[in-house]
Design a binder for this molecule. Structure first.
Ligand SMILES: Cc1ncc(COP(=O)(O)O)c(C=O)c1O
Length: 411
């Protein structure tokens, strides 16, 4: 009998992330205190005006146009043009059920090879495997803020000899929490070799210095801008994301539209109406507070963890850090994370899930284990936060970091 599962699907393994989650749940059941630093979800509630927009549109029950509600595409084109200094028109925008789905369909349509910086978000590579696209990794260094240097990028491209190339770039970055500083140089290389760039800007509104820069500003002709509701307004479960695709990539956009219509048809109607409020309304106050809290907590973790035994970069956006444990000696980062979990209750994700060699003793730490609604309520206004706020509103962060630091010192 032939196997009933296709090779490209059966070759996908359950990620180490799931293994850590299972292990955490087991320990939790046995009564151990677990610090959930592995989970990557916004801890904040969705702003009330957006929730109300959803309530008011709950009766919208028809299928909407496959590419998305026209008014929403107009609103998003305006939003992105203002934010990134782009010139997108509503026809360039595709609304999807989260950007993850749009990324998968893009990989299915794309005829070429995929370039991924290590570290990269966990799903780019499995999606490439599903779409039968070859993946090439570019190793990065902490010195270059965990983004590719132009030399490394160009050397890699030269080896690929005239293939179509799709480069994923994600800044602020999951898993490192850092921002790409050499966007204009990367754009020059991209122009020279006609790369397509997928600029994953899902954490852009959570840039701590508020001066977000998109590579689409330097390389508008072949950069797809990817963004959505999941991270900045805590609406990951609502599943709404969008792509803005420049007219140079019209062929790709048209294929993507067909794949969208043959897979999800159109995004949930009430969610699209609610997204109008998300992108039209003024959420500055909410975002200022959210950024303020995340930056404060990120810096607390950074300051309290960094030592001779822990190399780490200061967080610049999003809600992740990427500590490297210089004295750790385990067979893999996955083994290291298991040891950390068993000894301290701190759940982290191994660096190997993000494209690093499994021998690199590095892990992703998500500093979201706190009640965002409470934190927002208890810290009204733009007051400067202090340690007392942290102890009161995010005790798991304080205690988890302390336990992790002690573990690193015991090595
Ligand atoms: C870097 C990155 N890109 C994309 C996504 C997917 O977001 P969406 O909810 O829009 O599918 C995530 C979610 O975890 C992410 O961290």
């Amino acid at each position: 009998m032939n196997k009933i599962i296709k090779d490209q699907v059966s070759s996908l393994k359950l990620s180490a992330t799931l293994a850590i989650n299972e292990e955490s749940n087991k320990l939790k059941k046995s009564g151990k205190k677990i610090y959930k630093f592995g989970f990557g979800q916004s801890p904040f509630p969705i702003p009330d005006s957006i929730v109300n927009a959803l309530k008011n549109n709950a009766s919208k029950n028809t299928y909407l146009p496959m590419q998305g509600l026209e008014e929403l595409r107009i609103t998003i084109a305006n939003y992105i043009n203002k934010k990134n200094n782009n010139h997108f028109i509503p026809e360039d925008i595709i609304i999807g059920p989260g950007t993850k789905e749009l990324m998968l369909l893009t990989q299915i349509a794309f005829n070429g090879e995929i370039l991924l910086p290590a570290p990269s978000w966990v799903s780019y590579q499995p999606q490439a495997l599903l779409a039968k696209n070859k993946v090439h990794w570019i190793q990065t260094s902490m010195d270059n803020n965990w983004f590719p240097s132009t030399e490394d990028l160009e050397n890699k491209i030269k080896k690929l000899k005239n293939k179509n190339i799709l480069l994923f770039l994600n800044s602020p970055n999951n898993p490192s929490g850092t921002i790409c500083k050499n966007l204009s140089e990367i754009a020059k290389i991209a122009k020279k070799y006609k790369l397509i760039i997928l600029s994953d800007e899902i954490y852009s509104e959570l840039t701590f210095n508020k001066e977000y820069k998109s590579i689409s500003k330097f390389y508008p002709e072949r950069t797809i801008v990817s963004n959505g509701l999941s991270k900045w307004c805590g609406a990951g479960g609502w599943r709404l994301g969008f792509f803005a695709i420049p007219k140079h990539l019209k062929e790709l956009k048209n294929s993507l539209k067909i794949l969208c219509s043959e897979s999800f048809s159109s995004v949930s109607a009430p969610i699209q109406y609610a997204a109008l409020e998300a992108y039209k309304g003024d959420h500055t106050k909410y975002l200022d507070k959210v950024r303020n809290i995340l930056e404060f907590i990120g810096n607390y973790v950074y300051e309290n963890l960094k030592s001779n035994a822990v190399n780490i970069k200061k967080p610049e956006g999003g809600f992740y850090l990427l500590p490297e444990f210089t004295n750790a000696k385990f067979s893999s980062s996955s083994e290291m994370c298991k040891d950390i979990l068993n000894k301290t209750g701190v759940a982290l994700l191994p660096g190997s899930d993000f494209g690093f060699s499994k021998k690199k003793m590095i892990a992703r730490l998500s500093y979201t284990d706190f009640d965002g609604a409470n934190f927002l309520k208890n810290t009204l206004g733009s007051k400067k936060l202090d340690y007392a706020d942290l102890k009161k509103n995010a005790p798991n962060i304080v205690n988890g970091v302390k336990a992790l630091k002690e573990w690193s010192k015991s090595l």
